[in-house]
Design a binder for this molecule. Structure first.
Ligand code: ARG
Ligand code: GLU
Length: 696
């Protein structure tokens, strides 16, 4: 009896591997064909390619927006209601917050349409259409066209394509290069600019776990916020006006209340920012051995200083909260990326692939030697790349220098400029602690001097002297200067200032000794990638399907709900619940201080219709291939119903930007039912549910 069971298990395992492999990929919706659909259907997808993407009829893509410039959002009612992440709406929520109305701390709920809050500057973009325009863009280019001429022709052709696409309509359009310029796609968007805040949970829910839990599983963050898209009376985009009406989208998502289980099919439909699947082994080696470790070390120095100061003083904790979150986000991601690349042996795998490529290319003059030429260029690039990393992560991480830089770079001292500087100064000093910055500057510049050769840096910068004598460390002095109105005096004071002079010296070194060579080398590298990637596609035709690197355009990734093993003897389950929120509850720790109302509901187990097995589901992980920009993306079941909102990735899998690993790469999604529970039972805005459609 044992044998057959074992045999079945092995077979099942075998299939898991084959299936899991296919979880890699961020596919262009318009190019999803029958083969892909069949693979998706075999895993639990129930719809057709036209349901995903169609131009002449409504499809799921019409319910998805690029939210602002770096996130995704989706429509959940036919009255313009939209859901995205709390961290995507954070800036807006903060803007509307004051001491009297502290929506960051307490959350926000509009109780009717008139209470919804407009957000100047925030736009959402719907994709109207995407189309291959490679032939038009490369028109007039021949094998003998030189690179400069090629770029000129492409730029001109792109202008023509965009002009044609936007003629006689109100659309926005852009042409994006795919596969390093081997293919070009036109993207046409309808952009709405009246987007109002409807609901936000308290930060203690929306940012629960803060930076401690960031990038990690198990996760218990209610990371969502709700907005509403408004349009003119004709349902077209219009600037903010009280007369605008809720936008009626072509499509909005039905919300699934059926729940999810391990193994269920899911897909993520959104706007991933950047990935680098085709990178040369030398570029990966740089990331793993140089770029990431140096950047992590520099950020560790900054975080240690900030954390110490923040722990010692509650006011400083608030002042440096956003800065700390910013610094810590990539810091943590890079650590996962380094470890992941090392564990996967990505460099060695790439080297082996490059050898295979060269063997294949040996009799093809067009391709032969391209990977060795890339290796040589990367070798030349390395010192410049490291110097550049230190310029951004050490020099420009000194708050004082960056701030003084705004004065140094001011072109004139017209009244508007002075106003702008005054506003910038107010913002800067509100959250500035000179002692933190001085200590940070010393630590960072010591590393900079230790790691960057003299030829890349200015001589004789004395941090102590700069901080002792600059007027930019002192808000009163700067305020007085700006108020004087005496432009000659202001100009003189700026030009003489020690921080301005240090800033200018660093910038001069960067602009003369680092940037020109860095840019020139990268141009040559990009051009080789064009050839290399074209060659790979030729070589691997029929062997694998290609997808272009993410570039903030609409993509579909699919996989399934699944846990993972982050370390020896540790198994992660794929679903988290309110039990975990309460296990982490600790009023003494800012990031884990559960709101009182939620605590009460938990004590009384008063979950109403949201109870599932005596608790409330909170988040889940799945094997979907995602990256930054996918925040807020709809996570959908096989029927295209909304089951979650993507908000993060597990840090052991963050090398998926360079190499996806089915064993460790997981996206993290909020279970949509936690959002509904919070809106209904904690936020008291259950009326919003009346306009949503549910599948039970
Ligand atoms: N790691 C997520 C992302 O890359 C969330 C970042 C915001 N949250 C935070 N705790 N800093 O955007
Ligand atoms: N939190 C990320 C975002 O803002 C998503 C995490 C990631 O996959 O990089 O897009």
């Amino acid at each position: 009896m044992r044998k057959p069971v074992f045999f079945t298990l092995t077979l099942a395992l075998l299939f898991t591997v084959v299936f899991a492999r296919a979880d890699e990929g961020m596919w262009l919706p318009s190019l999803i064909g029958q083969g892909r659909i069949q693979d998706m259907r075999s895993k639990g997808f129930r719809l057709t390619a036209q349901d995903l993407y169609a131009v002449n009829q409504a499809s799921l893509k019409d319910a998805i927006v690029r939210f602002g410039s770096g996130c995704t959002g989706e429509l959940i009612s036919d009255q313009g209601l939209l859901i995205t992440n709390h961290h995507c709406g954070y800036g807006q929520i903060q803007q509307h917050s004051s001491v009297e109305h502290d929506y960051l701390t307490h959350g926000f709920a509009a109780m009717n349409r008139s209470e919804e809050l407009p957000n100047p500057g925030l736009v959402v973009s719907f994709l109207v259409e995407m189309r291959d325009v490679t032939d038009q863009v490369l028109k007039g280019i021949t094998p003998s066209t030189n690179e400069t001429e090629r770029m000129r022709i492409i730029d001109a052709n792109i202008k023509t394509v965009v002009k044609k696409a936007t003629k006689g309509n109100h659309y926005h359009a852009s042409v994006e290069a795919l596969y390093y310029g081997n293919q070009y796609f036109l993207f046409v968007y309808e952009v709405f600019e009246d987007v109002r805040l409807v609901f936000a949970p308290p930060s203690a829910v929306g940012k629960f776990g803060g930076d401690t839990d960031n990038w990690m599983w198990p996760r218990h963050t209610g990371d969502f916020s709700i907005f509403r898209v408004y349009a003119g009376k004709d349902n077209k985009p219009a600037p903010y006006s009280p007369d605008n009406v809720p936008y009626v989208p072509k499509k909005s998502f039905t919300i699934s209340l059926k729940g999810i289980r391990e193994g269920n099919f899911t897909f993520v439909y959104g706007f991933p920012g950047r990935t680098y699947q085709y990178l040369h082994s030398e570029a990966v080696r740089y990331t793993q051995e140089m770029g990431d470790p140096h950047k992590v070390k520099l950020r560790t120095l900054r975080l240690d200083i900030m954390n110490r100061a923040q722990a010692a003083d509650p006011a400083v904790r608030i002042q440096y909260a956003a800065k700390n979150a910013n610094v810590s986000n990539a810091w943590k991601k890079w650590q996962g990326e380094m470890k992941g690349l090392k564990r996967l042996g990505t460099v060695a795998k790439k080297q082996a692939f490059e050898r295979r490529f060269e063997a294949w290319a040996a009799d093809k003059p067009e391709y032969a030697g391209v990977t060795t030429r890339l290796a040589a260029l990367y070798d030349s690039l390395e010192p410049y790349a490291l110097a550049r990393d230190y310029h951004t992560e050490a020099v420009l991480a000194i708050e004082l220098l960056k701030f003084a830089g705004q004065f140094a770079d001011a072109r004139d001292l017209e009244p508007e400029t002075i106003d702008r500087l005054r506003v910038a100064a107010e913002k800067f000093y509100k959250d500035y602690v000179p002692a933190i910055d001085r200590e940070t500057a010393q630590a960072l510049l010591a590393e900079y001097v230790r790691n960057i050769p003299e030829r890349f840096r200015p001589a004789g910068i004395d941090v102590e002297a700069v901080f002792d004598s600059t007027l930019f460390a002192d808000s009163v002095q700067v305020g007085r200067l700006l108020a004087s109105g005496d432009t000659t005096a202001i100009r003189g004071a700026i030009d003489r200032d020690a921080a301005v002079r240090a800033y200018r010296a660093f910038m001069k070194a960067y602009k003369t000794a680092i940037e020109p060579e860095y840019t020139a080398l990268n141009k040559r590298i990009d051009r080789l990638y064009r050839t290399y990637v074209r060659g790979r596609m030729e070589m691997q035709r029929g062997e694998r399907e290609f997808y272009p690197d993410a570039n903030s355009t609409l993509r579909i990734a699919y996989g399934r709900v699944e846990g993972y093993r982050p370390a020896d003897a540790v198994v992660y389950e794929p679903v988290s619940t309110l039990e975990g929120v309460m296990q982490k509850d600790n009023p003494a720790i800012y990031d884990y201080d559960v709101p009182e109302r939620l605590r009460q509901l938990y004590e009384a187990k008063d979950y109403g219709r949201w109870a599932v097995n005596g608790t409330v589901p909170v988040a889940f992980i799945a094997t979907n291939h995602t990256t930054g920009g996918n925040s807020g993306s709809p996570v959908l079941n096989g029927r295209g119903e909304l089951i979650g909102v993507n908000f993060d990735r597990c840090w052991e899998g963050t090398m998926s930007d360079l190499e996806y690993d089915p064993v460790a790469c997981r996206n993290i999604a909020l279970d949509i039912r936690y959002a509904l529970f919070l809106i209904d039972r904690v936020g008291g805005a259950g009326y919003l549910l009346d306009e949503m459609k549910f599948a039970e």
